[in-house]
Design a protein around this ligand. Structure first.
Ligand code: IPE
Ligand code: IPE
Ligand code: MG
Length: 247
């Protein structure tokens, strides 16, 4: 796939190795067209495909997509079931193609809350794509950042209680290892669509030094060129991690 932006990304050099995305604005996209919200969610699936292909083409190693938050369980039952249905559809339709592209899918979140058919569809796509080396795709489902940190605290407390971990040995690596992301590299770049300037309980630990790119584009309108724009924006940033700027 040739793209002027892709050429510029390659010339600039450092591609973010991990991009996380808060896919937002499906409801507004539908409302703007006088359509029900679930149509916006369905349309958003095309953008998921675009983002995956854009990530593979630009050489990103990890793409993490926020698909459903712990707070999203409080939406109307009809919308929740439409979203679970789309997740099943995605898992059933995309497994073979993702495997062909070398995309390894991981599903992270409180999966115990998910209904059985959705659970087995996601289990299936995880096993179909296991071993892919082109891109790791994390689908964050029933995921909340605070819940993830609480869960990690419980895991570590349990290990202390059992005597396999001492309190003095609890450090950043131990805590990060007990998160759903299990110590995998933190996102270099966070993209949020639909112009909302907030984190909405996403990856609170992992985003500590992530660069933020917020675009007004609504998720169903998002395509790979928008992802390339976000990468180009990232490449212009100077990451300092609290130190002084390099001369
Ligand atoms: C994002 O779109 C999808 C999910 C949160 C599941 P929204 O459904 O939040 O769309 P808006 O924010 O209402 O436009
Ligand atoms: C964040 O979007 C969750 C996902 C994209 C899955 P929301 O639309 O749920 O977040 P708020 O309500 O605008 O904070
Ligand atoms: Mg929203």
């Amino acid at each position: 796939m040739s793209s002027d932006r892709l050429d510029r990304i390659r010339l600039a050099g450092d591609v973010p190795s991990h991009i996380a995305v808060i896919m937002d604005g499906n409801g507004r996209w539908a409302r703007d067209r006088g359509l029900p919200r679930h149509v916006g969610h369905r349309e958003g699936m095309k953008s998921v495909r675009e983002a995956i292909e854009g990530a593979v083409d630009s050489g990103v190693d990890i793409l993490t997509l926020f698909a459903f938050s712990t707070e999203n369980w409080s939406r109307p039952a009809q919308e929740v079931s439409a979203l679970m249905g789309l997740l099943q559809l995605f898992a059933k339709k995309e497994g073979a193609e993702l495997r062909r592209q070398g995309v390894e899918v991981h599903v992270l979140g409180d999966l115990a809350r998910i209904d059985d058919p959705t659970r087995s569809a996601v289990d299936e796509i995880v096993s179909t794509t296991r071993g892919g080396t082109a891109l790791r795709l994390n689908l964050m489902i029933s995921y909340g950042g605070r819940e993830e940190i609480l869960r990690a605290a419980r895991i570590l407390a349990e290990r202390v209680a059992q005597g396999s971990l001492s309190v003095e040995d609890i450090d950043e690596d131990e805590l990060a290892g007990a998160l759903f992301t299990q110590g995998a590299p933190n996102p270099d770049l966070l993209v949020r669509t639909s112009g909302e300037y907030r984190i909405s309980n996403f990856m609170l630990w992992q985003l500590a030094y992530t660069e933020l790119h917020i675009t007004d584009v609504l998720w169903p309108d998002f395509d790979r060129e928008h992802l390339f724009d976000a990468i180009l924006d990232f490449q212009r940033r100077e990451r300092r991690f609290g130190r002084v700027a390099s001369e």
